[in-house]
Design a protein around this ligand. Sequence first.
Ligand SMILES: Nc1ncnc2c1ncn2[C@@H]1O[C@H](COP(=O)(O)OP(=O)(O)OP(=O)(O)O)[C@@H](O)[C@H]1O
Length: 377
Amino acid sequence: MGCTLSLELHHIDLTVNNQRYLDNINLTLESGAFNVLLGRTLAGKTSLLRVIAGLDKPTHGKIVLNGEDITTLAVQKRQVSMVYQQFINYPHMTVWENIASPLKLAKVSPSEITRRVSEIAELLHIEDFLQRLPVALSGGQQQRCAMARALVKDAQIILFDEPLVNLDYKLRESLRFELKALFKQRNSIAIYATTEAHEALALGGTTILLHQGKVLQSGGALAQYYQPANLNAADLYHEPPMNRVTLQVENGKWVVPFHHKNLVNVIANGLADGPYQCAIRPDQIALTNKDAEEIALAAKVDLAEISASETYLHVSLITPGYADIKWVVHLQGIHNFHYDADITLFLNLNSIYVFDQDGSSVCWPESIHLSNTQQAS
Ligand SMILES: Nc1ncnc2c1ncn2[C@@H]1O[C@H](COP(=O)(O)OP(=O)(O)OP(=O)(O)O)[C@@H](O)[C@H]1O
């Protein structure tokens, strides 16, 4: 493998009709691992990929590839390939011709084309279908063909725009695994856009969290999951979102309705007086008391939503002062509850995340210890 490639984005803005779609994006990405762009729909993922590809010009900012400013370089002159969520292949060409087409355009010699098409087809397990038309392939094979065409060029930057979204679960898993392995051996900068946190967690590498055209956080996915920089970053990793409650610190102590606990030594230690947004993951709430340190909250059931072997319990808190706050509890296994049933929620104070009123993280649960390699950035 050659030397590491680097792509730098400096202060990238994209504004169309006075609407800002990308807002001061600053990033440095390198070859050798997957870079994942994680954001909800309309976060600006495709817009950012298009700017990197040269399909759209940024309104402001600079793009530097291996030290060279490519901001105004035409798309045809960029060393970039893109894979879209729709399986885009030329329907009248065989799989072989589809994969070979970018090499023919680049005037690569016929013997080299044969070698490279065979090599990439083998890597993506489509070597037995090379003489078929795309229509005679399954969805997974069609997407492999589109990927092979993007990879065969050996471009320095390869952009994936939610490439597995139209495939079934099993296929997505195996293709994701293959892509990850493939990029360990290639000297290209891969950027993979997705709305799904579990893809970021599975792909590893650097994850860039995008929200309303802004980068919220960039670093390891696991670190972001445990140590989100803010509430929006935390929400990207949680579906349903974290449960929230606003609590007040007065004279260094939490003012809470949880009658039997003084929380000061657990999470209010050192916090300035004022209101905080506290959040707890839906899977960190139990219906049975496991530990004497847990606090109990009275609630009523609004809905028990059963999904495969899990239950999402939608509840309303009925603790005085916090009545009508809606939470979701994620339980393993199938649990049946009647509407309006009285239940008690148990939560461990060590599982609570604290954010300020603007949503920036103030402190993460004390129970979280990350290794040095997974520190959040
Ligand atoms: N050149 C442009 N002209 C008009 N609107 C644009 C342009 N570029 C981006 N947008 C707008 O930017 C917003 C962000 O869209 P974008 O497709 O980048 O989001 P996304 O994160 O990729 O979403 P999805 O996951 O749904 O694909 C959209 O409202 C889109 O219409």
